[in-house]
Design a protein around this ligand. Structure first.
Ligand code: GUN
Ligand code: ZN
Length: 437
């Protein structure tokens, strides 16, 4: 790097607007103790990091030469973190009429077959990252397909954009079409190769990715458990207890297992760095083991209603001390938007007689997901020292939202209409790694 480009990287940028920072977990303390809000705040970015967060006037006085972008009443907060997606399902999002297993067979597997073609994988990776950036999402953990090319394409595209992302090759050696099937050895070898190529390169991390127990033999789960044991700093992502038919099928395929979670646990695939998508119909033993090891549960509310899976027990699992992230589950989920996803989480909470506060929803979409990815020391908050991945929300982005937020008497009344009715029009700006995206 030349001297002048080093200098330009270290030149500070000052963003002005409303600022929202979490100082604690709003599921564990009163909202006012968990949040710091400035109606006229500032965020100083330098060298790809958040250098300072304070009142606008204070930062202006301290940094008069900083390049300044004034977002007025725009709300500056951490970029959204989507803890479970399938980027390769971008093209089949919103496919009609099927529940999980038929939806996989009819829509998902045929689309995923196409990702052996690197040019197609490149095209969809770019399209997916364009769409999610427009919706304010700066980090995601994605499943690839079973093709190495799908993971290469995704990491290359994210690396070029400077994004912090997690991805892995989806491993399957049974109950899927020939073109998507690998073997225990190939799953091990190809995942290992991808770890060597991409893990901890720039802002990229690898996750071991067995799709779910029905599409892996015990031998494949064992091979991936062994690989995770060799690379314990990697994450591991999979699906758990999404639909009742699926759970019955798992019981048939693994008659010796105590429950669904045990099909992972017995092969070394239960751990603190494990991410278990959906986790809806959990038995008591499963809940207590997941909590004991500190595993991440990922709530995918638009997917759970769209595919008809069931109601995630947010209140019960949070009260019991589980680590929970929030996710779109694109394309089983019906939206790329974490705003829409927060709205669906709210709606599912209401169906369970538990109203999630706007602060809790925003926390789940940033800190909660970052924590489940073990990245809360890097991303997911407006804290000095963290990486500068930010979203700026317009809290009056449509006439419908503006007429409601105009009556707001506090921040939460101002932000809740955008959570419930907002989409990409509410995303005024996105900053990735300290640069405007
Ligand atoms: N279970 C196994 N694979 C999938 C998938 O691609 N999407 C969802 N929602 N559930 C799954
Ligand atoms: Zn999924």
């Amino acid at each position: 790097m030349t001297d002048s480009s080093t200098a330009s990287l270290l030149e500070p940028t000052l963003l002005l607007g409303q600022t929202l920072r979490f100082t604690g977990n709003p599921f564990e303390m009163p909202i006012e103790d968990a949040v710091q809000h400035e109606t006229r705040g500032g965020v100083l970015l330098r060298g790809g990091q958040i250098a300072a967060v304070d009142q606008a006037d204070t930062l202006r006085a301290l940094h008069p030469m900083a390049k300044t972008v004034d977002y007025g009443k725009g709300l500056i907060m951490a970029g959204f973190v989507d803890a479970h997606v399938h980027y390769a399902q971008t093209g089949i999002i919103a496919s009609w009429g099927k529940r999980l297993i038929d939806w996989l067979d009819l829509y998902t597997f045929p689309e995923e077959m196409r990702f052996g073609d690197k040019a197609y994988a490149d095209e969809i990776a770019a399209r997916y990252l364009d769409l999610t950036c427009a919706h304010g999402t700066t980090t995601m953990a994605t499943f690839g397909t079973s093709h190495i090319t799908s993971v290469d394409a995704f990491f290359e595209a994210a690396q070029a954009r400077g994004q912090r992302v997690v991805a892995g090759k989806t491993c399957m050696d049974r109950n899927a079409p020939e073109g998507l099937i690998d073997t225990p050895q190939r799953a091990y070898d190809e995942s290992k190769h991808l770890i060597g190529t991409w893990h901890n390169v720039d802002r990229l991390s690898y996750a071991m990715t067995p799709r779910f127990s029905p599409t892996s033999t015990p031998e494949q789960l064992e091979a991936l458990g062994a690989l995770w044991g060799e690379h314990p700093d990697c994450l591991m992502q999979t699906h758990l207890s999404e639909q009742t038919d699926e759970i019955a099928w798992v019981a048939e395929l693994f008659p010796e297992a105590r429950d669904y979670l045990d099909t992972y646990e017995r092969f070394g695939l239960l751990g603190e760095r494990g991410l278990y998508g959906h986790a809806i119909h959990l038995k008591e033993r499963e809940k207590s083991r997941l909590r004991e090891v500190g595993a991440g549960l990922v709530h995918c509310p638009t997917s759970n209603t769209f595919i008809g899976s069931g109601l995630f027990d947010m209140a019960g699992l949070m009260a019991a001390g589980h680590k929970v992230g929030l996710a779109t589950d694109t394309g089983g989920g019906s939206s790329f938007s974490m705003l829409r996803t927060m709205a669906a989480a709210y709606e599912i909470g209401q169906l369970s007689h538990s109203a999630l506060h706007a602060a809790q929803l925003l926390w789940l979409a940033t800190q909660g997901s970052a924590r489940s990815l073990h990245m809360d020391h890097l991303i997911g908050n407006l804290t000095p020292g963290l990486e500068a991945d930010l979203v700026v929300l317009d809290l009056a982005s449509t006439d419908a939202i503006a007429q409601r937020s105009a009556r707001a008497e506090d921040l939460w009344q101002a932000v809740f209409p955008t959570i419930m009715m907002g989409d990409d029009r509410a995303v005024r700006a996105v900053w990735v790694n300290g640069k405007a995206a």
